[in-house]
Every structure is written in C-alpha cells, then in structure tokens.
Design a protein around this ligand. Structure first.
Ligand SMILES: Cc1cc2nc3c(=O)[nH]c(=O)nc-3n(C[C@H](O)[C@H](O)[C@H](O)COP(=O)(O)O)c2cc1C
Length: 197
C-alpha cells in the first residue's frame, strides 16, 4: 500500500514526534511506501478564508479549490491508506488538523449532495489509522465518555462519513504521568502499528 501520513505537532522534541518515528521504524519493516506531511513544518493554512467559504457554500463542484488544498487532494488520490498522528488537545485534534479537514474535505471532493440528502465522495482510500497520544490514561478517557466522543467525530464523521471503508483509532494514553514505562510501552505500540499496518 502507499500511505499518506498526516502528522500534526509543533515540536520535534515532543512525545508525539517520537511516536511518529517509532511508527515509521515499524513501517520500515514492511513493503509499504509512504509520503509524510508535517502540517506545522509546511505552515499549512488552517483558517477557512472568505474566498474558500464562498466556494464551499455555493455548492458548485466545478469551482476551483485553493492550490494548497488541491496539492493535499492529489496526495490523498495517490494513496491507498491514510495515517493521522496528533496529540489529543482538549478532547479533539489540534486546530491545525481541524483546519486541514475544514479546507481539504471540499464540496465535490469529500462530499456532494444528490437530491438533497445523499452524500457521495471522490475519496478512494481503503484504510485509515489514527494514532493519538493523550495525557489521560485510555481507561479514564473511556470511562468519562471522551474516548467514544473523539472516535465518533474523527472516525464516524470525518473518515467513515466520507466513504472510507475502514478507520480505527489507537489512543496512546497516560502520558501526563511522565512514567518511563508507559512511554516505552506506547512507543512499542506505535512501532507495532507500523510493522503490522
Ligand atoms: C493544549 C493541550 C491540550 C491537551 N488536552 C488534552 C486532553 O483533552 N486530554 C488528554 O488526555 N490530554 C490532553 N493533553 C495532553 C497531551 O495529549 C499529551 O501531552 C500528549 O501525550 C502529547 O505529548 P507531547 O506534546 O509531548 O507530544 C493536552 C495537551 C495540551 C498541550
């Protein structure tokens, strides 16, 4: 498979960056190929501006999308699978990645309306894996209902909701404890997620 990896964290000293490196090391033991986007390094424009907002709400799929959005869509079109790696921030993805969805999932690409209700998509991705480091332990995020909420929005709406057949999320939790054992276990999980992709 060819994988487009979308990585979103501002710091290369972060745990999330180590997760990316471990995942790539695991992936290196497979035959998969990949292309990596570091949204902060690319300085990807997060905000939907008035011009694109006007395009998105005119519901005309023939209208051109911004060049940086078109580049992202070409990368997705080249891929069979997507991987997202980002930290849980306030029970969701960082704003930069949210902005990536706002701008890249355009009308006519990620969705169209047929006879008012039916949604169709041009996204031909077979499989998506989402890897999210988190401060709280996963069990706690499950218990308080936040993990199901994160999954519902990211997987059900943003991914399965645009026609992707398979999407799953792995939360690498417990990082607030700053426990070397938890850190090591999470990095080993990231490695295996790459190796077994
Ligand atoms: C702005 C911000 C918001 C955060 N919000 C949450 C949160 O809602 N839930 C959670 O479990 N952890 C939260 N965290 C903790 C991160 O998910 C945690 O630090 C993660 O392991 C990323 O570490 P890193 O920044 O070294 O990559 C937050 C951290 C920051 C900086």
């Amino acid at each position: 498979m060819h994988i487009y990896i979308v990585y979103c964290h501002p710091s290369k000293k972060s745990f999330t960056y180590s997760v990316l490196q471990s995942f790539l090391a695991g992936l290196g033991e497979t035959d998969h190929t990949y292309e990596l986007a570091d949204l902060y390094e690319m300085n990807f424009q997060t905000d939907m501006d008035l011009e694109q907002y006007s395009r998105e709400t005119s519901f005309d799929p023939a209208l051109p999308v911004p060049p940086d959005v078109f580049e992202e869509q070409k990368k997705i079109n080249r891929a069979d699978a997507l991987v997202f790696i980002y930290p849980v921030w306030w029970s969701d993805c960082p704003a930069k990645l949210k902005g990536w969805f706002d701008r890249v999932w355009t009308f006519g690409y990620a969705y169209t309306y047929d006879q008012g209700s039916h949604a169709t998509s041009k996204i031909k991705i077979q499989k998506v894996l989402v890897i999210c480091p988190a401060g709280h332990p996963e069990e706690y995020l499950e218990e308080i209902g936040i993990a199901p909420s994160i999954r519902r929005i990211m997987l059900n709406d943003r991914l399965l909701g645009v026609g992707i057949k398979e999407a799953r999320m792995e939360i690498l939790g417990g990082m607030v404890a700053q426990d070397p054992g938890i850190r090591q276990r999470n990095l080993e999980r990231a490695f295996m997620l790459g190796k077994n992709f």
